[in-house]
Structures are given as structure tokens and as C-alpha cells.
Design a protein around this ligand. Structure first.
Ligand SMILES: [Zn+2]
Length: 477
């Protein structure tokens, strides 16, 4: 006897799309069976998903919940992005069942302390499954570098570093190159993965000074500061470093420029295990959109770039350099999002975890003719593979977690912030989408069904992760 059977005629499996019945027992997929192999009396509940798309739950490998947003005035009260409860609920409404956030270093603490501190924001406060990347900031003591080995072994295998302070006011975020070298050596030895925010700090800081000097500090000039040349130089520098460390592997976060795509593609061509993530706003907006009313809505760091850069990102999804589409979710109110309007104080991150699957399905499958499998790889399966969650997550297969999203192509709609569960604005406002997720199942539990939410804040589980040898052995995917 099963708990749930979902009958679909377009079920996205690791072996292609087909007509399958998915039988769920407890939290796991028990079997994928030929249509009708199990009768209606074989399960407590049967969902008919014929005419719809049945896919593994979406995975967003880059979000920031309960995240410090600096105040505009020096000494003013900082804001915080929406907590895991709010973001995970919106994620499930949008068909995403796993989100990966960050456990960041603060001065003097150990890696276990970083994780413990972050657990206070998350444990029993998240509706969907979740994990953290460890985020190291500023000077990294040798003792912390060594602790990373144990963290990797304990299921925390991804370590984020910044190669820039991002803005002049955030000094102390950048990790020095020598420290990055040591960090990557430990990750290489222990089976981890470096996840990188890569920009050339000299160029970025030079451009801040130059634009202030020239009286052109409005945020609409952001792409001149966080520019494509900076991405080119910094990507090549860190890739060169990692290529010289036996066993190292990289995941480049929020690739925003064609130059970044090229750098990744060239390294992959040499056989180095490197993967690229871009963001849905980089794929669909350019720096021209900064000039729209409340144009900060479209911004996240590094920056929106040119049409040619955007074309390069799309090309990257086809040539293997771009493997995952994330949100860089920093869910906040419109007033916080647009509080700054200069190059050095514009709020980063974005909201969009809820419409991500619908928007990407529309843009990839409907508009650009991508296969449904390719869309699923870019929004779910590849993130699972790279981040050490596959095939537990990102796969509709026997033995996998029963994280299942039903995407309904009859549910064409216009994105309206009022219909979402994120915040009081959406960068996707007014966008027509060709499908919408109507059912989301997390580990066998129907969390969302036709607009009704059935989740509990204690439903989300922390996911320990182990990066596969395949992913670390060469450029897969
Ligand atoms: Zn981020």
C-alpha cells in the first residue's frame, strides 16, 4: 500500500520524459511504474496529473534569508531580509522544495559556531528543505582553514568567498588571495567545492572613486562599476589559481557577463571541474532596466549588464558553462529595496524564488524551445548534482525523496505581487507566464495544492551534502 500515486503523461525522469505513475511511500519515491500498473486502491491518495508536467521540486542554490541589510544612514537601524519561514513558504508555492543559504563567519568564531549561529535562524522555522554554504569573510585564520576539512566530512562541503568588498562601505568582506589559495587546498584535499563571488576589487573600487569624482554616482551607472572586464580578470585569476591545485573544483556564483561565461567555458575545455550559476534577473534584464521607475528592483550585485552579456549567459546554458539558475534571494520590502539610489548604497539581492520556475519555464521552453529536461536540469537537477544532493534531490526515481512539483501549462497567468507570497513588490510584475506550479510535494507531504498551503514550519530538514567524485573529477553536465 502506497501513500500517494501521481499519474502523469509528462513525467521528467533522469532517463527522459514519459508516461509514468509515481508511487510514494513515506518520504520516498517507492517506484516509477508503467501507467495503470497500480490500481487506485493501491494508495491512500491518487493525483491525476495528466496534461501537466511532473518534475522534481525546484532547487535554488543561492538565497539569503534573515540577512543583514545595511541602513542607508551611518549608524542607522539595519534591516533584515525575510526569514526562512516566509521565503520557504513562497518557494513551495512556486514549486521549489530546497533552498541553500549561507552560514557566515563573524570575527573570531569557529566553523561549528558559524553553523550553530545560523541554525538559530533556521531550525524548525523553514517549510522546505535547506542547507548552508559556509561563507568566510575578511581575514581567515589558519585554524579556520583547517576546520573546513572536518566541515566537509560532516556534510558542509561548499565554502563561499568574495574576491571583492563589493562596495567601499563593506570593507572586510573580501578574502585575500593567499587565504583563498589555502582554503581551496583544504577543499581539494577533503572533497569540497569553492563557491565564489568573483570580481576584481581593484577595478571595482577604482570605478567607485572615478564615478564619484565625475558626479555620476547614480545607481543606473552600476554596470560601469561592477563591469564585464572586472568579471573577466577576476574569473581568470581565481580559475588559474584553482587549476593549479590538484583536486580543486569551483562553482562561480551569479555569473553576469559574457566574459565570465567564456572564462568558465575555456577552463572546462581544459578539463577543469568548474560550474557556472546565473540569476534569473541577469537572464532577462539588462542595465537599461536600471532607468525604469524603481529600477533598483532589478538589481543585484555584481550588476545587470548589456544585451550582449545577457546573450552570452543564454549561450552558456547551451554550451555547459552555465549549469544552474538561482535567485540570489534577498526578500525585502520595496521601500528597503529602493532606499539607496547610488552605486554604493543600492540594496542587493532580489525577490523571485516563487515565480522562478514559471518564469524560467516560459523563457526556456515556450520562448526558446529548450527541452523540458533542459529546463529541469537548470532549475533543479544540476544544482542537486553540483551541490551534493543528487539523486536524493533533483530526481524523480525510486529511492529519491518524494519532492515533486506539478507544473500546469493550462495555468497561464500574469505575475502579480498580490498573488505571490513574497513581499510588496516583484521584479516580475506584469510578466506573462505559460505555466504555474499547482501542486508541490515535499518528502511525500502535499505542501501546496491549488493555492492551499498545508506546510508546517517544522517540515523543512537540514540537508547534509557530499560532493560526488564525478562532479569534482572533471567538467560534468
Ligand atoms: Zn548572494
Amino acid at each position: 500500500m502506497f501513500d500517494l500515486i501521481i499519474r502523469g503523461d509528462r513525467v521528467v525522469t533522469p532517463h527522459g520524459i514519459g508516461e509514468w505513475d509515481i508511487a510514494v511511500k513515506g518520504e520516498k519515491i517507492a517506484a516509477l511504474a508503467a501507467p495503470g500498473a497500480f490500481g487506485d486502491d493501491a494508495a491512500a491518495r491518487v493525483i491525476n496529473a495528466k496534461g501537466k508536467i511532473v518534475m522534481p521540486g525546484g532547487i535554488d542554490p543561492h538565497v539569503h534569508c534573515a540577512w543583514h541589510i545595511p541602513a542607508l544612514e551611518e549608524g542607522g537601524e539595519p534591516s533584515y531580509s525575510a526569514p526562512p519561514s516566509q521565503v520557504s513558504r513562497a518557494a513551495l508555492y512556486g514549486g521549489t522544495t530546497t533552498i541553500i543559504d549561507f552560514a557566515a563567519s563573524e570575527k573570531g568564531d569557529t566553523v561549528p559556531q558559524m553553523i550553530e549561529r545560523r541554525d538559530k535562524d533556521w531550525v524548525d522555522q523553514c517549510y522546505c528543505d535547506y542547507a548552508y554554504h559556509i561563507m568566510l569573510r575578511g581575514a581567515v585564520p589558519p585554524s579556520v582553514v583547517e576546520e573546513l576539512g572536518e566541515a566537509v566530512q560532516d556534510g558542509y562541503p561548499t565554502v563561499k568567498v568574495f574576491t571583492t568588498d563589493i562596495t567601499p562601505s563593506r570593507k572586510g568582506r573580501m578574502v585575500h588571495f593567499g587565504d583563498i589559495w589555502e582554503i581551496l587546498k583544504v577543499l581539494a584535499r577533503e572533497g569540497g567545492l569553492g563557491v565564489i563571488h568573483s570580481e576584481d576589487n581593484d577595478i571595482v573600487m577604482h570605478m567607485y572613486e572615478k564615478l564619484f569624482r565625475e558626479g555620476r554616482a547614480g545607481f543606473e551607472n552600476m554596470a560601469e562599476v561592477h563591469n564585464a572586464l572586472s568579471e573577466d580578470i577576476s574569473f581568470r585569476r581565481i580559475i588559474r589559481l584553482a587549476e593549479n591545485i590538484e583536486g580543486a573544483a569551483l562553482y562561480m556564483m551569479h555569473v553576469s557577463a559574457a566574459s565570465g561565461v567564456s572564462a568558465i567555458a575555456q577552463s572546462r575545455a581544459k578539463g577543469f571541474p568548474i560550474y557556472g550559476e546565473t540569476l534569473h534577473q541577469y537572464m532577462l534584464y539588462t542595465s537599461d532596466d536600471y532607468r525604469k521607475p524603481n529600477g533598483q528592483m532589478y538589481h543585484t550585485y555584481p550588476s545587470l549588464k548589456s544585451q550582449a552579456d545577457q546573450d552570452g549567459l543564454w549561450e552558456g546554458t547551451l554550451n555547459g558553462a552555465i549549469n544552474a539558475v538561482a535567485t540570489d534571494e534577498v526578500c525585502c520590502t520595496l521601500s528597503v529595496k529602493v532606499q539607496g539610489n547610488q552605486i554604493d548604497d543600492t540594496t542587493g539581492g532580489n525577490s523571485g524564488v516563487e515565480p522562478r520556475l514559471a518564469v524560467m519555464f516560459t523563457e526556456m521552453v515556450e520562448k526558446r524551445g529548450y527541452t523540458i529536461e533542459k529546463f529541469v536540469d537548470l532549475t533543479s537537477s544540476n544544482a542537486a548534482r553540483i551541490m551534493g544532493l543528487y539523486p536524493r534531490k533533483g530526481a524523480l526515481a525510486a529511492g529519491s525523496d518524494a519532492d515533486i512539483t506539478i507544473l500546469d501549462p493550462n495555468e497561464k497567468r500574469t505575475v502579480r505581487k498580490e498573488d505571490l507570497h513574497e513581499t510588496d513588490y516583484s521584479p516580475w510584475e506584469g510578466r506573462e507566464v505559460a505555466a504555474w506550479p499547482t501542486v508541490t510535494v515535499l518528502r511525500g507531504k502535499v505542501m501546496v495544492e491549488n493555492g492551499a498551503f498545508h506546510g508546517d514550519e517544522k517540515d523543512g530538514q537540514y540537508l547534509k551534502r557530499y560532493i560526488s567524485d564525478d562532479i569534482r573529477g572533471g567538467p560534468m553536465l
